[in-house]
Ligand binder design. Structure first.
Ligand code: PXP
Length: 246
């Protein structure tokens, strides 16, 4: 029997930091919508945007504008709050990735404690699921978090690659093994594993090579590189590195 070709690994581009630069001057340039259109033109598979409680980058009206401007699926990263659930239900993004959020943090520093917050998360996940929004939980690569995602009925988990991205020396292989094992465990349990946070040209390939992963979400590095080479070139290069790793 001929083996199936490896499934293509999707690239979701997080465009938050285009909005960060825009907001630095309070006007409307650079527009994250234009970034979304470039990502679509260059063959990105999705747009990821995090509507934070303090609206420090993406704002409410950006969501509608992004949805109207491209046909790419929108992955809305959001905290597990009533306000954000209401916004998700109003906008009906393709996916909602639930992330932990603390106002004072610079970025999403740790995974969601799905295991410790079952009772709080369960009704919220159910409402998003019922609305046909694909729920993803941004979790640390730990068995108990995968098991919690299963109990919560989340169809997707996004494995936090921050520890891997920051690891040095022998810790790199250790962190990569955790990601590899948890991608396999998620798949075994019928959950689609994604991954993201802190990925760069230099560290993306070992993660992209994990066969069960279906999607990577990458933002800060791509937007940073885009300052020097343009967004089209930075997305294209990341895509090429991901494809070469499969
Ligand atoms: N995935 C999730 C759930 C995130 O919160 C973030 C950061 O907003 C990313 C992916 C992208 O991380 P980075 O900007 O470091 O590439």
């Amino acid at each position: 029997m001929t083996p199936l070709p490896p499934r293509k690994l999707r690239l979701g581009v997080n465009i938050d930091h285009v909005a960060t630069i825009r907001n630095a001057r309070g006007g409307d340039h650079p527009d994250p919508v234009r970034a979304a259109q470039i990502v679509a033109a260059v063959g990105g598979d999705g747009i990821t945007a995090h509507l934070r409680e303090d609206r420090r980058h993406i704002r409410d009206e950006d969501l509608r504008r992004i949805q109207e401007a491209t046909n790419l699926p929108l992955n809305l990263e959001m905290a597990a709050t009533e306000e954000m659930v209401a916004i998700a239900l109003r906008h009906k993004p393709h996916a909602a990735c639930i992330v932990p959020e603390r106002r004072e943090e610079r970025t999403t520093e740790g995974g969601l404690d799905a295991a410790g917050q079952h009772n709080r998360l369960a009704p919220l996940v159910a409402r998003l699921n019922d609305a046909g929004i694909r729920v993803s939980l941004f979790i640390a690569p730990e068995p108990r978090q995968i098991e919690a995602a299963l109990r919560l009925g989340a169809p997707v988990v996004e494995l936090h690659t921050g520890e891997y991205a920051h690891a040095e020396g022998e810790a790199v292989a250790y962190e990569l093994k955790r990601l590899t094992d948890m991608a396999a465990l998620a798949t075994k349990n019928g959950i689609e594993p994604h991954a993201g946070h802190g990925l760069t040209y230099e560290n993306v390939q070992p993660v992209a090579a994990i066969p069960q992963l279906a999607e990577l979400n990458i933002g800060h590095y791509l937007i940073g590189e885009a300052i020097f080479v343009g967004l089209e070139a930075s997305v294209r290069r990341m895509r090429d590195l991901m494809d070469a790793a499969r």
